[in-house]
Design a binder for this molecule. Structure first.
Ligand SMILES: NC(=O)c1ccc[n+]([C@@H]2O[C@H](COP(=O)([O-])OP(=O)(O)OC[C@H]3O[C@@H](n4cnc5c(N)ncnc54)[C@H](O)[C@@H]3O)[C@@H](O)[C@H]2O)c1
Ligand SMILES: O=C(O)[C@H](O)[C@H](O)COP(=O)(O)O
Length: 378
């Protein structure tokens, strides 16, 4: 069996190696010729899987995308060809949630503010939005959720309108899929008119898809409204984001909010599980056995933990400043965006750290251990 896999997908050898011959490819430049004799195609979000790519791949029976988003796949076409398709819903939700939370801690520190006490509006309360909300709520922040689709589906959480979020939230974090049609379409959800409604000093984070914000309008808006702070992980026109916008963002990264080792491993693992299920093979491997122990896997706390110390602790698993710095150096070269993603050093999730507290830990005013556990620490 021939398995074609994106070179940026970890653990393919460990999970699929015994099933066939694996060939690694650059997902962005993959050609029809390269997939012609594939039985299995494993991709990430940069590969457009459509008739143009797989028309001549007559043996192809399985396409797996180790991602949450599916906007790069023509799912209808795959179904007309009877090719099984699966993605990996939720695989990197924790990574995205922690990225958003850590970015907020970073903004607070950079601008001499306290994150505690702020109201956060989450737009899109699915896997990543819920993971982000979990961190915010663990830290005691008031969270407003906007998800008209979930509300209609009977989700029992409390939801508010997007207008309410814009009016009331100090921080807005976007977690919707990109959709171009329908009542709830998200393409340019934040257009010029909506951006102009943002209240003073709003922090706006986009970790979902670049086109959810009209990037040109955002440049114009931010040039006039520097009180608004931006954290942008995704961009219109990837892998070539607008240079003006990168310069205006407080934190800028190349679509790596979901790039924790756990998140990427989970993505590949979910495809492996689906493939085994389909062939009625036993699942012989476990996700835990793939992950190495983290360098700082145990932390002993000697006392109070302030917001600044929580940020320092968070930087052990993920230092956003490094990615922001490296991105600004490399994004404008022809391959900079993709190379940074390819060579990205895997960060870990909070769960990679176990906390042990010394007896005097629980003093007044400290961030207590149950809060850290709720954030995701072990
Ligand atoms: N930056 C990254 O690395 C990264 C990682 C993972 C996912 N993503 C992107 O984030 C998107 C969301 O991921 P997820 O796992 O949370 O998906 P999900 O499907 O679990 O949740 C998305 C939610 O958005 C809601 N929604 C849709 N249209 C909306 C609208 N107009 N207003 C408010 N809510 C709306 C849906 O009802 C759903 O609950 C993915 O589709 C993907 O494009 C990016
Ligand atoms: O949809 C997703 O899951 C993310 O956008 C994904 O993690 C992006 O990473 P890529 O697949 O491009 O490596």
């Amino acid at each position: 069996m021939k398995i074609i896999a994106d070179e940026n997908m970890p653990y393919v050898d460990a999970l699929f190696g015994y099933l066939g011959k694996i060939e690694y490819v650059n997902g962005r430049t993959l050609t029809p010729k390269q997939v012609e004799d594939a039985d299995v195609l494993l991709v990430r979000s940069v590969t457009k899987v459509n008739a143009a790519l797989i028309n001549n791949a007559h043996k192809l029976k399985f396409v797996g995308s180790a991602t949450i988003g599916t906007d790069h796949v023509d799912v209808e076409y795959l179904s007309t060809r009877n090719i099984y398709f699966t993605n990996a819903p939720g695989c990197n939700a924790t990574a995205v949630g922690e990225y958003a939370f850590i970015a907020m801690l970073e903004l607070a520190q950079r601008f001499g503010e306290s994150l505690a006490g702020k109201v956060v509006g989450i737009v899109g309360a699915g896997n990543t939005g819920t993971a982000a909300a979990k961190c915010m709520q663990a830290y005691g922040l008031k969270v407003l959720l906007c998800d008209p689709i979930k509300a209609l589906q009977g989700d029992t959480r409390e939801f508010v309108s997007l207008d309410t979020i814009i009016e009331q939230a100090d921080i807005i974090s976007l977690h919707v899929p990109i959709t171009k049609e329908g009542e709830h379409k998200t393409w340019y959800l934040f257009d010029e008119a909506r951006l102009n409604k943002l209240k003073p000093n709003t922090w706006l984070l986009n970790c979902c898809r670049g086109e959810v914000i009209d990037n040109r309008a955002l440049v114009k808006f931010k040039q006039q409204r520097d009180d608004v702070k931006l954290v942008l992980d995704v961009w219109e026109g990837e892998p070539n984001p607008m240079a003006e916008l990168v310069a205006l963002a407080e934190f800028a990264t190349p679509h790596i909010a979901g790039y924790s080792l756990e998140g990427k491993a989970r993505g590949t693992f979910m495809l492996y599980q689906k493939w085994c299920e389909l062939l009625d093979f036993p699942v012989k491997k476990s996700l835990e056995s793939l992950l190495p122990a983290f360098q700082f896997n145990q932390i002993v706390s000697q006392g109070d933990l302030t917001e600044g110390q929580l940020l320092k602790l968070s930087r052990l698993v993920y230092d956003l400043r490094d990615d922001d710095f490296n991105f600004r150096v490399c994004f404008s070269t022809a391959t900079g965006f993709d190379l940074m993603r390819k060579n990205h050093t895997y960060r870990r999730e909070y769960s990679a750290i176990s906390l042990t507290q010394s007896v005097d830990y629980l003093s007044a005013g400290s961030i207590n251990p149950s809060m850290l556990n709720a954030l995701g620490f072990n």
